[in-house]
Design a protein around this ligand. Sequence first.
Ligand code: NAP
Length: 280
Amino acid sequence: MKIGIVGLGLIGGSLAIDLRQLGHTILGVSRSPKTCQAAIARHIVHQASPELSLLAAAEVIFLCTPLGALQSTVEQLIPHLNSTTILTDVGSVKASVVEAIAPLWQNFVGGHPMAGTAESGLDAALSGLFIDRAYVLTPVASTPPAAVEVVSALVRSLQSKIYQCQPTDHDRAVAWISHLPVLISASLIATCMAEPDPTVLDLAQKFASSGFKDTSRVGGGNPELGVMMARYNQPEVVRSLYAYRHQLDQVIAQIEQENWTELEKWLKNTGSDRPLFIDS
Ligand code: NAP
């Protein structure tokens, strides 16, 4: 199959590596000519160009630009496409993306691979990034089932676990497990850095070990992506932050009131609930 990828960064580059390995012909478009040259030189794509016209022959196109560039990319791409071309995106937010793109192109299937690292750009692209990871598709009533089937087959070939849901349900769910953790983790780093005593701050930085490494990881990632999550999933992100603040207020109250029994009960519950998220 001839597959187009727009945005040769972490996700686009990783898709290109795996899909090429599976025998597809990969046509890459990225903003920077240097990225396009590097993608060809490193055999990540067969052909690459900053010009979207390169994708005229593609049967399926993965849109892998930052969220803010998805709609304008589709608008610029449409004059080069024939009506059978299937478009799918990898954006971390779905309702606003699907609302913007579905009316522009009927053969569009919203998608989101739940995989990533703290790095960005083509140099961060990895093979096998999507293996055993959830890959969510968010077709709507107007999405042709045949287009969903083509995208599903490609996603299945990446060895991802496919899920389908409504774009709005996706956005509420990822606010809890992806967008909220980024902002909590970033807040943790910022709160520690607010320690006013330089000696204590220096000691904290020297003492930090695996626990801090785990809890601060997603807060130290791509800032552009964090802003995009908050901007394009604003109501759900704000809702999750208020709920989190409520939990913190309750924990503070229990500790101030020395309510150790309640605190232990709460921590027991969080310990037994954690596998529901990470072992499923
Ligand atoms: P990234 O590493 O920064 O890659 C995006 C690449 O797109 C950039 O490196 C840039 O490459 C290129 N680009 C930017 N604007 C463009 C435009 N207008 N036209 C063509 N290419 C353009 O970002 P990413 O992490 O792969 O994220 C890409 C998409 O995946 C986002 O929509 C994000 O929501 C989604 N996503 C990210 C993750 C994650 O954990 N990172 C996970 C799942 C989904 P050059 O400037 O070098 O050409």
